[in-house]
Each structure stands twice: as structure tokens, then as C-alpha cells.
Design a protein around this ligand. Structure first.
Ligand code: NAD
Length: 292
């Protein structure tokens, strides 16, 4: 397949390299990052897109996606698919899809989970919104770049699934870190708490797969000085998107809002930027009830 790939950063570069290694003809474009091995550099985003059957974008945010879409949509061949894999707001995903469809193209929003490791290993999970035909056309590429692709519904459904999942993750991590910090103050050993919670009703992925307490449970970023992993500022981005979506849809998400506020303080005022999102545990452990 002829593929245009725009946005060759931490995620995009290994995803594009995997497509090229599988034998596809990949033309790449990035404002700053170099093309990975096997990917042919295009001079502009439009040049990467013009002969492509599928154009994949992997960009920082919705504003940049809208700007890139305005360049590539007029250049794309009729019937081609614009597949955005970035994490962006639901409104931008829907707006870009509507523009693409109006121009005679197909469009998918297909954000991922699995991080840089999953992108390199080709084991990402894709959450996909858009038409059946678009999903069927890009499914062979999802198989190369990932381990699982779920067709969630129409335009914007992929982004909706991604931010709902990550709102659960953010809120659950806050609760897990709070509980371990409370246990400390109650004189309860962290390993004993893990033993109980990992097989009790408080169990969650944040406890059994990504425990925020160093030396407890499976190896996680906590065992590596809270180096990310999944950085606190990326969790803040996704929680902020969840609250923008809740605002748009008039949904009541008080715990999501609280988690967003906590991560914003942690990242912007408390040195959390560049640390793993599970580093809320030492933050809570160092505080008392009246610390505001
Ligand atoms: P990144 O910043 O490493 O890469 C983004 C790339 O886009 C950069 O190389 C940048 O130069 C390029 N770019 C910006 N504006 C451009 C333009 N106008 N034209 C062409 N290229 C442009 O970010 P990343 O970590 O690769 O993340 C990409 C997306 O994937 C984000 O939306 C992020 O939220 C999402 N995501 C990231 C992770 C992760 O662990 N890094 C996990 C899941 C989802």
C-alpha cells in the first residue's frame, strides 16, 4: 500500500518504520523529526499525502491536526482514507472527519494506547471511530502497528473511548496513591496492603500492573525513581480532554475534574513534569490533611 505518514515523533517514527518494514511504501513528513529507516522523506505534508491510499497523522494536539488536515485533504486522491492516530479533542476529530468526507475521502480517528514501547513492538491498541469501509481499509495496517483494533462507532468514537479509558486510569491512580499514603500513616506495611488489595475489591490495573509503591508488586516506574513510563503531563493532557468532552456533552464528571485539578497542580506547580503519573504517591505521602 502507498502510505503518507505525518508526525514522526516518539510514537510516529516507530509506527511508520514498522509499516515500511512490512513492505509498504511509506512517505513521511515532520516539521522537525527525521524520517526513520525505510521511510522516504517528502518535502511537505501535501507531498506525503498526494499519491497515498491511506494518510496517517500522529501529531501533538487537535489544533495542529486541524492545520495539517487543511493541507493534506485537498492533496489526497478521492476515496483515500485519512486516519488520525493522535490523541485529540472529540470536537477536532469530528470536524476533521467531516471535512475529509465532504472532500470525497474516508476518515478515521484511531488513537492508541500502549505508549512508545508498544509503538516500537507493534503491539498498540487502536480505538477507532469512522465508517465500516474505512475501518476495513486500514485494518491490515492496524494489524502491523498493533495487537488489537476496536471499531468503536462513528466519527469521534475512538477519541471518546480513549479519553473515557484514561479518565478511569487517572482517577484510579489518584485513589490508589491516596490509599497507599493513608496506609503509611496508619502504620500498615505497603506489601501487606498490596497482598490484600490485589485480590480484593479494591483491585485495579494501577495496583496489580503498575503499582505506585516502589518494591511492591510487579516492576513499574516506581522502581525506577518514577521515570516515565507514562508522564504526568500526558495524563494531564488526557484528563483535560476528558473534561472538555464532558463540558461539550453536559456530562457530570466530578471525580474526573478533581483528578484533572490534582494533575494540573502536580505538573505545573509541584515539580511533577517529567515524572511518571504514579509519582502522586510520594506527593501524597509527604502531605498532611491540612496542606490544602
Ligand atoms: P511527539 O511530540 O514526540 O511527536 C509529535 C511530532 O509531530 C513531532 O515530531 C513534531 O515535530 C511533529 N509535528 C508537529 N507539528 C507538525 C506539523 N504541522 N507538521 C508535521 N509534523 C508536525 O509526540 P508523541 O509522543 O509521538 O505523541 C503523538 C501523539 O500520540 C500525541 O497526540 C499523544 O498524545 C499521543 N500518544 C502518545 C503516547 C506516548 O506515550 N508518547 C501514548 C499514546 C498516545
Amino acid at each position: 500500500m502507498q502510505i503518507g505518514f505525518i508526525g514522526l515523533g516518539n510514537m510516529g517514527a516507530p509506527m511508520a518504520a514498522n509499516l515500511a518494514a512490512a513492505g509498504h511504501d511509506v512517505r513521511g513528513f515532520d516539521l522537525a523529526a527525521p524520517c526513520p529507516a525505510g521511510v522516504t522523506a517528502a518535502a511537505t505534508a501535501a507531498a506525503a499525502a498526494e499519491a497515498a491510499e491511506v494518510v496517517i497523522t500522529m501529531l501533538p494536539n487537535g489544533e495542529i491536526l486541524r492545520a495539517v488536515a487543511a493541507q493534506v485533504i485537498p492533496a489526497m486522491a478521492p476515496g483515500a482514507v485519512l486516519c488520525d492516530c493522535s490523541t485529540v479533542d472529540v470536537e477536532s476529530a469530528r470536524a476533521v472527519a467531516a471535512q475529509a468526507v465532504a472532500a470525497g475521502l474516508d476518515a478515521l480517528d484511531a488513537p492508541v494506547s500502549g505508549g512508545v514501547g508498544g509503538a516500537a513492538a507493534g503491539t498498540l491498541t487502536f480505538m477507532v471511530g469512522g465508517s465500516e469501509a474505512g475501518f476495513a481499509a486500514v485494518a491490515p495496517l492496524f494489524e502491523i502497528m498493533g495487537a488489537k483494533a476496536v471499531h468503536c462507532g462513528g466519527a469521534g468514537a475512538g477519541q471518546s473511548a480513549k479519553i473515557c479509558n484514561n479518565m478511569i486510569l487517572g482517577v484510579t491512580m489518584v485513589a490508589t496513591c491516596e490509599a497507599f499514603a493513608l496506609a503509611d500513616k496508619l502504620g500498615l506495611d505497603r506489601a501487606r496492603l498490596y497482598d490484600v488489595v490485589s485480590t480484593s475489591s479494591g483491585q485495579s490495573w494501577t495496583v496489580t500492573s503498575y503499582c505506585p509503591a516502589p518494591g511492591v508488586g510487579p516492576t513499574s516506574p516506581a522502581d525506577n525513581g518514577y521515570q516515565p513510563g507514562f508522564a504526568a503531563e500526558l495524563m494531564l493532557k488526557d484528563l483535560t480532554l476528558s473534561q472538555a468532552a464532558a463540558e461539550m456533552a453536559d456530562a457530570d464528571t466530578p471525580a474526573g475534574r478533581l483528578a484533572t485539578d490534582l494533575y494540573r497542580r502536580f505538573v505545573e506547580d509541584e515539580g511533577g513534569r517529567g515524572r511518571d503519573f504514579s509519582a502522586l504517591l510520594p506527593r501524597f505521602a509527604a502531605r498532611g490533611r491540612n496542606d490544602g
